[in-house]
Write a protein that binds this ligand. Structure first.
Ligand code: HEM
Ligand code: SF4
Ligand code: SF4
Length: 356
């Protein structure tokens, strides 16, 4: 654990605990007012609860040039980032992605796309649609471990996080409470529904929250689309590509559109927001995550648009390259924020007794 980062966040937490001006902004303040002293794990919990809305920075009377030099969003962002890298398994990979995310994401996706293009030379002797280029068995052999191994790595990190923050056995209602807080992203609404200050300094806006929801629900729709395709394949012997009025397309097309619009918006906001109020070192890694996610959605849509044309094999290789890169890098990219933040919201629901 980086003692300097924790010590600085603890110093600022103690000042906030004495001041309490920002009490109604988010879940962090009710959480910190429960205690007078903060163990290292308590600071990690507060950091993962913070949604970096930046409201507390722009309202604070103790920011520089005041001698207290408060920058609470940045202090918590640094600790949060450190927790994701420190608790990741295997750990060195996480630091590498966060340091040079765009390059790593693009190189990984391009390499995998090339491998998929080369694999097309060994075309299966039978098969229709996409399976005319890769056999179904080859796809399953590649993507099943590429999906399950990263999830196992995330589970190991979350276990470590849970131990560090002193999380105890949750009740179902706390799990539901955590999901509810994530589903409407209540900690990005500024406390009164006025929105956050991320991209526009002290002006409130809800756009970031809506863009995030577009990305999150877009991703979940794409995931549901792929899962429904798997069910159709195995249980109903129906093979891809599917028609527009099929479950995979009805879920996947809106999902891809939401994912693409949302990621373009979030990437744009990132270039406008003040980097000093976040974890500055990992700006590139965060951008890499957004690019990888957006490209996965966009290339899926492009593959659909290319149906029936000579571009299908190229688009298939490119799309599968991005999907594989996204999943393999998942435990080391900012994608882990969803798992950690969801855990923090559930733990907080339990500690505050929100869902009774
Ligand atoms: C499960 C609960 C989730 C929670 C509580 C959550 C929360 C957040 C918050 C608070 C932010 C803004 C603060 C920050 O930049 O760190 C954020 C950023 C983001 N989230 Fe989520 N998220 C969740 C799941 C997801 C999912 C499933 C996706 C898509 C796969 C996603 C994609 C993004 C993206 C692209 C960003 C922008 C990153 C950036 O600006 O650096 N989130 N999330
Ligand atoms: S961020 Fe500033 S104004 Fe808000 S509680 Fe902390 S010290 Fe007070
Ligand atoms: S940045 Fe926003 S979410 Fe984080 S502590 Fe400040 S007010 Fe709360």
């Amino acid at each position: 654990m980086s003692t300097d980062l924790i010590a600085e966040a603890r110093r600022q937490t103690e000042i906030c605990n004495a001041c309490r001006y920002c009490e109604g902004f988010c879940s962090v303040f009710p959480a910190l007012t429960r205690q007078k002293a903060f163990a290292d794990g308590d600071i990690s919990h507060l950091a993962n609860l913070c949604h970096n809305c930046r409201g507390c920075y722009y309202s604070c009377q103790y920011t520089e040039p005041h001698e207290f030099a408060l920058n609470f969003p940045a202090a918590l962002a640094e600790v949060r980032q450190d927790s994701w890298e420190r608790l990741a398994w295997p750990q060195p990979l996480a630091r590498r992605f966060h340091d040079s995310g765009v390059a790593l994401g693009v190189v990984a996706a391009a390499t995998f796309a090339l491998v998929f293009a080369l694999l097309q030379m060994m075309k299966p002797t039978s098969g229709e649609g996409f399976y005319a280029y890769f056999s179904h068995n080859a796809m399953v052999a590649l993507f099943a471990p590429a999906f399950l191994l990263p999830l196992a790595a995330v589970a190991i990190s979350l276990r470590r996080y849970w131990a560090e923050t002193g999380g105890t056995r949750l009740r179902w209602r706390n799990v539901v409470g955590g999901f509810r807080a994530a589903a409407n992203m209540k900690n990005l609404n500024g406390g009164q529904g006025q929105g956050c200050n991320f991209e526009d300094e002290d002006r409130y806006t809800d756009t970031r929250r809506w863009l995030h929801q577009a990305v999150m629900y877009g991703f979940l729709l794409c995931f549901a689309s792929t899962s429904s395709g798997t069910i159709l394949h195995y249980l109903f012997d129906m093979q891809a590509p599917y028609s527009f009025f099929s479950l995979p397309k009805l879920l996947g097309v809106p999902g891809g559109i939401l994912l693409t619009i949302g990621t373009v918006g979030l990437a744009w906001f990132k270039t406008k927001a003040d980097p000093k109020l976040g974890a500055q070192r990992v700006w590139g890694g965060e951008m890499g995550f957004i690019v990888l996610l957006g490209a996965t959605g966009f290339t899926g849509l492009a593959l659909y648009a290319a149906t029936g044309t000579a571009l299908v094999p190229v688009m298939l290789a490119v799309h599968l390259g991005f999907v594989l890169a996204f999943f393999l890098l998942l435990p080391y990219s900012k994608m882990v924020h969803g798992f950690y933040r969801l855990s923090a919201l559930m733990i907080e629901d339990q500690k505050q007794g929100i869902s009774k």
